[in-house]
Design a protein around this ligand. Sequence first.
Ligand code: PAF
Length: 282
Amino acid sequence: MEVLKNKKNLLDFVERNKEMGKRIGFAPTMGALHNGHLSLYEEARKENDLVISSIFVNPTQFNNAEDLEKYPRNMERDILILEKSGLVDAVYIPEVTDIYPEKTESQHYDFDGLENEMEGKSRPGHFDGVGTVVEELFRQVQPDNAYFGEKDYQQLAIIKKMVEKKKLPIKIKGVPIYRADNGLALSSRNQRLSEERREAAKIIYETLIKVNDWFRVITIPEIKERVADIIDEQRGMQLEYFLIADEDTLKETDFFYKDKNFRAFIVVVVDGVRLIDNMHLD
Ligand code: PAF
């Protein structure tokens, strides 16, 4: 595996491989790698000649300085994981100036309103930061296909929208949520929880399963009440939001409609760590 430590190394690597007609699959990350990331590379391996990942903790997508500071970083461990996996041909580890040559600032995007729902309300400016870094990485890496986890479902929708609006020749692929044995969605943030709290946090997935059972049986306001009650009963957990939304527009709904796809979205703060999850409702 090649470790590309700046933009020039990356561009040389990409040019060499493009000239040979290689199809590139790309999965950007912020490091603190886990099996969820490996599932992105596995998908990318199936559909491309070459897999590139990046590790860059993007400052502009954190709307909270403490969250940015606490974000887990361990480059040596990450490189070892990538090497051992045998799934990735090159990892790009840009400097801040490779991504932000002038000011470390986001561009402003219009994602047709997707950015104003859910995480957009809780984390102002977050999706401008994500859009800025992902667009820049796309322009440098020039992938044919790019892979994102469905855990950050809104991020996935926004990146699809950006590619469509900017007419970038890249296919965006969503990869199903990778869960621990107890059902907890894997996230780099889980590393900040004790084993006992990770076990307790499985209630988030268990609640989503119940929501799927209740869907179209009781009303959405009733489902919301039950979810709030379940999370309220848990020690050290606060429900930040739970809602059911149209899968395409991400607009919250209080009613079921025929011929529409719905998804439940939940954010629970467990001992100060913000955990996010979602589930398609059958
Ligand atoms: O999902 C992430 O890890 C980040 O938001 C991403 C897509 C790598 C952009 O920094």
